[in-house]
Design a protein around this ligand. Sequence first.
Ligand code: FES
Length: 352
Amino acid sequence: MTTFHALTVANIEPETAEAVEITFAVPEALARDYAWRPGQHLTLKARINGEELRRCYSICRAPRAGEISVAVKSIEGGRFSGYALRELQPGASLEVMVPQGNFGYRPDPAVRGDYLAIAAGSGITPMLAIIEATLATEPESRFTLIYGNRSTDSMMFRQALADLKDRWPQRLQLLWIFSQESTESALFHGRIDGQKLHALGEQLLDFSRFDRAFICGPQAMMEQASAALVELGMAPDTINIEHFNTPGTGGPRRTAGAAQGTRVTVRQDGHQRQIVLAAEDESILDAALRQGADLPYACKGGVCATCKCRVLQGEVEMAVNYSLEPDQLAAGYILSCQALPKGDGLVVDFDV
Ligand code: FES
């Protein structure tokens, strides 16, 4: 279910000059709805200057009773992040969707793992939750974090990571990489890219020992890092990439298929309605929203999977897909924000 509930902001904690951690109180009655797996995200909804805005933010803490936290980093011209950093106050109420997302890890006390996390900038957010939950739940497991930033001042969760290191000094290894701050060794200066990981592989880390890797940050960093990890001995299916921060694609681009005026049947909440595409590159989601449907969505960029539905009849093409797994695609799931029908007669279901 992709339901929104009004949650009260319990606390807002500055992380850096341009990022805050927002903690929501979760009432007992909603505890099951807001149970989450480390690595998942929340979609926040607010009306700002008369316009409804939705934004996804990674949950930044390991699961705990009665509260749930996300980190919001300011982006230039960002209307929602500007509101969150400058106007939002404890005690306010925000519409918060129940946790979503495929990225992450479900720790298992019976597992003994050696894990790697690679994060740049705000990509640390889901990693903090994954690292804390894993070390707390798997007493024999270890984590190594490679975390890239401009400088110490721009690091998010510096104190939280130091606290985790104090708690598990033998099982957590932290490596900082700074691009605009001098470091004792050239190894820790620069950006996280393929070259940097190869240098770390030569001088410090045996990457082939890791059972699983998690990567989150700018797209180019994630692509280079995952390629380098394979070159350094990790199996591709042990590398998990979080495309969460990928900028929106601006919607689908048609390569073939139906034209303006194509009809699609949309099922939701046990009802069905016919929608009509207004343009040949209008997504099913946008067409349905324009015609009054109240469908779930957040990023509109193919990364959060909030808009997923299932094709019951017909075919679609998707511009991008950063979130559905192969087994979900095989079961007929699509991202409605990225989907264009291939001809008339398409039927999609949001109730599955
Ligand atoms: S709204 Fe996020 S993938 Fe479609």
